[in-house]
Design a binder for this molecule. Structure first.
Ligand SMILES: CC(C)(COP(=O)(O)OP(=O)(O)OC[C@H]1O[C@@H](n2cnc3c(N)ncnc32)[C@H](O)[C@@H]1OP(=O)(O)O)[C@@H](O)C(=O)NCCC(=O)NCCS
Length: 155
């Protein structure tokens, strides 16, 4: 398995991976994550250096990206992580972990100060994420609770 930056030719395959990865979360309809990824890619928030694919046998089997976000009230620029998705046929083989380490390392190398995400509180602590409230960051909607996590980087 190889991790590399996303290229134009990967876009359809990335859509497919997120569609399959998130389908179980949407028993009554289509996952929003493929469209969210497209919308982010077409927005000012997109950072090409922080979108990674996992490749096996020349097929995209996973994808993650970090995009520009801002902390209020000072509009401090930080990163938002996600979506991250791994093809269900290849989950639990450490591909998600490899993608997480790749994007965190790249963000750190770019002197980014902080990554925030909305995700499952039992998955992300292994990558150094803590509840965002522990860093004084409040979610726009308090009901999101500990699903809002953050990780400081070196800078
Ligand atoms: C989350 C995801 C990216 C992890 O990818 P992966 O390649 O399966 O992850 P890894 O093999 O590196 O890690 C597997 C571990 O993560 C855990 N894990 C996977 N998904 C999890 C989840 N949603 N919540 C909590 N733990 C999860 C597994 O239990 C496993 O734990 P173990 O190491 O103790 O056995 C993948 O499961 C996925 O695409 N899920 C569907 C989309 C999704 O929910 N994305 C994240 C949104 S928060």
């Amino acid at each position: 398995m190889l991790i590399r930056r996303e290229i134009q030719a990967d876009i359809d395959a990335i859509r497919g991976v997120h569609t399959r990865a998130f389908a179980p979360n949407y028993p009554d309809g289509d996952p929003v994550e493929p469209r969210l990824t497209d919308d982010l890619r077409n927005s000012d928030a997109w950072i090409p250096r922080l979108s990674f694919v996992a490749m096996e046998d020349d097929e995209v089997v996973g994808h993650v990206c970090c995009t520009r976000a801002h902390l209020l009230p000072a509009e401090r620029p930080v990163l938002g992580l996600g979506p991250i998705g791994v093809d269900p046929a290849r989950q639990r083989a450490r591909i998600g972990s490899a993608l997480m380490h790749a994007v965190i390392g790249a963000a750190d190398a770019l002197d980014e100060p902080l990554i925030v995400l909305l995700g499952h509180p039992s998955y992300y602590p292994r990558f150094g994420f803590v509840p965002a409230t522990a860093l004084g960051i409040r979610a726009p909607d308090p009901s999101w609770g500990d699903a809002v996590m953050a990780r400081t980087l070196t800078t």
